[in-house]
Ligand binder design. Sequence first.
Ligand code: NDP
Length: 330
Amino acid sequence: SQFYTLTDYPNGLPDRELFKLETQTLPDLAEGEVRIRNRWLSVDPYMRGRMSGVRTYVEPFELGKPMEGGAIGEVIETNDSSLKVGDKVSHMGGWRDIAQVPAQSATPLPDIDVPEQAYLGVLGMPGMTAWTGLNVVADCKPGDNVLVSAASGAVGSMAIQLAKAKGCHVVGIAGAAHKLAWLESLGVEPVSYRDRTAQELSDAIKLASPNGIDVYYENVGGTCLEAALSQINEGARIAVCGMIESYNAKTPTPGPSNLSQLVVRKAKMQGFIVADHWSNYPDFLNEVASQIAEGKIDYKETVKEGLESTPDAFLTLFDGGNTGKMLVKL
Ligand code: NDP
């Protein structure tokens, strides 16, 4: 089987050469293990945090060891009664073609009529993140004026649609023109952040949301956060999901100059990690799966083919090359 390792921890945007494709012969299955042929691999911005060599909320990748990540595959061999050959499962043995993992760490896919890779996107971790940030962290209510950054990405595109479905007025920040067009087609006010200062972005948000911002769903940080802070209403809630703008920064990035807006507007800003909320996954699935099966939620995927494309797929996340969920198809 083939798998990727990281050869060194990057400083700044990871160099393509840091990812090494290696080959191994898998040992016989131990008691309780299953062998899975991966069909879909997920690449996610949080993986950059695992490349820093420092423990954040997940352990760093170990240099020279198989990398990990979300994956969907089919059981091809089993040494555990809970899974049989042919079962489709989601698990964390990504960045490789064949995974050998404890059966208990692989979750059979629910019996819902959606493409299997949806469990890496809209019905998986990113979808659950959007739902949690919006409902649990930001306490989003019908009629709220909602702003979402990285709005055309996996998490953002779900957050905007869940907010729309609630009856909110929604503004989405994104880069490329085709992304802004997609946001518009979803009934969202599109705002580009490209080549804009925080002041210019703030003005554009104001035009798109004249009644201010009650909920800010933060995926980017930096200029977006500063612009959002200057448009928040009294009692605004900011759910800090991520700050991708700084993930490849070589030196610490400055904070927003207007953080005192939190005081003036008596606003609340809270970070969260979706894993802590996983007990709500059945509620999320209940609420969202039918909307997806009925086509009420539009989702896009950007797919690269073949295991060798995994590093490029990952790096694409940082230049905006993906619309919706970034995936690798094996
Ligand atoms: P996306 O699908 O949104 O992909 C990343 C997107 O971010 C890119 O397409 C790009 O869109 C935008 N982006 C990249 N670099 C920059 C930059 N320097 N400035 C502005 N925008 C940038 O990824 P996900 O949906 O998987 O993740 C979105 C956010 O959610 C991330 O911050 C991630 O870390 C966070 N997250 C947090 C979780 C948690 O538990 N807290 C769980 C999952 C994700 P564009 O073209 O618009 O620039």
